[in-house]
Design a protein around this ligand. Structure first.
Ligand code: PCA
Length: 193
């Protein structure tokens, strides 16, 4: 099966984005059937990169990653919300506050990743994990919403897709973060037919 996994570049006060490190680590291994991409922290270019990748590679599952600097655990995001509402601009200087991502589209989408199985797998490895009810209202929520909306609109909603926020490496070291994502990839391989 083919899995698409993405991370984000640095932004704001985040000089080194662990989600980028995780995805680069996986990319260096040149695994067959794993499509890796670092997304720009840019509302327009992130979507312009992500959607054509889905169209081109037709992945069987999509795992989107980003950092949530202030959180202490791995956060399994449950819902993407149709709102951009951030206190900081994207890396192109676009500040979006109180704007719908896609006007007149559904207010939100549920993650279609097997979150419970992922949760159990991560907590069995004794790595701190929690569910989170939404991915904020900045780029991470934006790409999660865009990906799920695209899948819904193109009748591909059966493709598991969702977002995981990793914390700063001072809360969970990068090595453990990589272990978490390996576990999640294994879950996807087992759970996705
Ligand atoms: N975290 C930000 C955007 C990029 C990233 O890694 C977020 O939580 O929206």
């Amino acid at each position: 099966m083919t899995i698409l996994i993405t991370g984000f570049e640095s932004f704001g006060k985040v000089m080194d984005n662990p989600s980028q490190r995780i995805v680069e680590h996986l990319a260096n291994q040149k695994r067959p059937n794993l499509i890796t991409q670092i997304l720009p922290v840019d509302y327009v270019r992130a979507t312009d990169k992500l959607i054509p990748l889905i169209e081109k590679h037709k992945p069987d599952a999509i795992l989107l990653l980003g950092v949530a600097q202030m959180r202490k655990e791995i956060s399994l995001e449950r819902i993407a919300v149709n709102i951009n509402d951030a206190s900081i601009p994207d890396n192109e200087g676009n500040l979006k506050q109180g704007q719908q991502i896609v006007p007149d589209a559904p207010v939100g989408y549920w993650s279609t990743l097997p979150l419970e199985v992922m949760y159990d797998s991560i907590s069995s490895a004794e790595i701190p994990v929690k569910y989170s009810n939404h991915a904020g209202a900045y780029l991470c929520n934006h790409v999660m919403y865009r990906a799920l909306h695209y899948l819904a609109m193109t009748r591909k909603a059966d493709i598991p897709c969702g977002f995981i926020h990793v914390p700063d490496v001072t809360a969970v070291p990068l090595k453990q973060q990589i272990q978490v994502i390996e576990l999640c990839l294994q879950v996807l391989k087992k759970e996705t037919v």
